[in-house]
Write a protein that binds this ligand. Structure first.
Ligand SMILES: Nc1ncnc2c1ncn2[C@@H]1O[C@H](COP(=O)(O)O)[C@@H](O)[C@H]1OP(=O)(O)O
Ligand SMILES: [Mg+2]
Ligand SMILES: [Mg+2]
Ligand SMILES: [Mg+2]
Length: 360
């Protein structure tokens, strides 16, 4: 199996799998005091913090000189009012790190019954995610729970990790505990890991046993106007869904969009559950973060697709923690992608015309 042959891939898959076990168990026990609201008003749960603690601990052990651009930081957990949350995170992270080794996992990665950490070590691990990113060098980027709102609703979310070298994504791993293994059987088994390695393909692995189980290679299928549909956000504040509707019309799409939280949308695109990922800025000045797109971007590319901003320009992972000025994101199979870019251009022109007519 590819993940086994490549050390960074196998370590990333193992770390993401453990974080998925943790988040899935947190969901079943989550109580209200275990959620905080961040300055940007988004929620963060014990799940987000402990998943970041687990993954950063593994990366700190296996790649001690690699910096990490992670979404969360431990500032709030170091205050007296953070004590209850902190204790819970330490307990959960240790439970996860010390669980028995699975086939393919190695004790030298800092996993297994002998590898309990202190509270300080775990808070420091969370804060290893404070790196600011940049144009050159090797770095990881982590979203310990992408789609926290979906997570809290019991719907889709993803544990997302990518390795970036000189601004190029080289490896992406996404764990989707609630995603059906087969979209055609939505009530069937759930839980998948997606892995992409630059030049080596995109794969779906079983969440229960990703390093030793079967790997299915993914390729975006061809679509016609009749079979095409959009993959878009559930949260209206995250993307301009009215714009998507017009783009769908221009493309002659008749199927309803699939609304789904998190980068699980990229996973769905890579395996052909939907044909277009379309995310347009809402106009409030929000900048997209690199951890929200890096793993998805390489998965789409390795499945044969194209990912750009809404103008057709490549996404730039070398600008720091964000993708810079927000021009949205468009991802699709090659042929569909160029059609979408044209439709987006036309919808933007219409919008500009309407605004001029209204005297804006
Ligand atoms: N105002 C916003 N605009 C766009 N994306 C946002 C905004 N606030 C949070 N996000 C992030 O959007 C992503 C989910 O988007 P969606 O599920 O709609 O595709 C998440 O990464 C979420 O962060 P988080 O990781 O904290 O959940
Ligand atoms: Mg968040
Ligand atoms: Mg996110
Ligand atoms: Mg997140």
């Amino acid at each position: 199996m590819l993940a086994n042959a490549l050390r960074p891939a196998s370590i990333a898959v193992a770390a993401v799998r453990r974080a998925c076990v943790l988040t899935a168990s947190v969901f079943n026990k989550l109580v209200k005091q275990e959620t905080l609201t961040k300055d940007d008003k988004s929620p963060v749960t014990v799940g987000d913090y402990s998943a970041q603690a687990v993954i950063n601990t593994v990366l700190g052990r296996t790649f001690p000189s690699d910096p990490i651009v992670g979404e969360e930081d431990a500032t709030d957990l170091r205050t007296p009012s953070g004590t209850v949350l902190r204790n819970r995170i330490v307990e959960l992270a240790n439970e996860t790190l010390t669980a028995e080794l699975q086939p393919g996992e190695k004790e030298e990665w800092g996993l297994g019954p002998n590898h309990s950490r202190t509270a300080d070590e775990l808070l420091d691990a969370i804060d290893r995610g404070n790196y600011n990113g940049g144009r050159t060098g090797r770095m990881w980027t982590l979203d310990p729970i992408d789609g926290t709102k979906g997570f809290l609703r019991g719907e889709q979310y993803a544990v997302c990790l990518a390795l970036i070298v000189d601004s190029r994504v080289e490896l992406g791993v996404m764990g989707c505990p609630n995603l059906p293994v087969n979209a055609a059987d939505p009530t069937g088994a759930r839980g998948c890991i997606f892995l992409a390695v630059r030049g080596q393909g995109a794969y779906q692995l079983p969440l229960s046993n990703p390093l030793a189980g079967p790997a299915e290679r993914l390729a975006i299928p061809a679509f016609s106007a009749e079979t095409l549909n959009l993959l878009e956000s559930v949260e209206k504040a995250h993307a301009k869904l009215s714009f998507n509707e017009r783009v769908a019309q221009l493309l002659g799409i008749t199927r309803a969009p699939t609304r789904m939280d998190s980068q699980a949308k990229y996973c769905s695109l890579a395996r052909g559950d939907g044909g277009v990922y379309l995310r347009m800025p809402t106009g409030v000045g929000y900048k997209e973060k690199i951890w929200d797109h890096a793993p998805g971007a390489i998965l789409v590319e390795e499945a044969g697709g194209v990912i750009t901003d809404s103008r057709g320009e490549p996404l730039d992972f070398g600008l720091g923690r964000t993708l810079g000025e927000n021009h949205g994101v468009v991802a699709a199979g090659k042929e569909v992608h160029s059609k979408v870019i044209k439709a987006v251009k036309r919808a933007k022109e219409e919008e500009a015309k309407a605004e001029t007519a209204e005297g804006h």
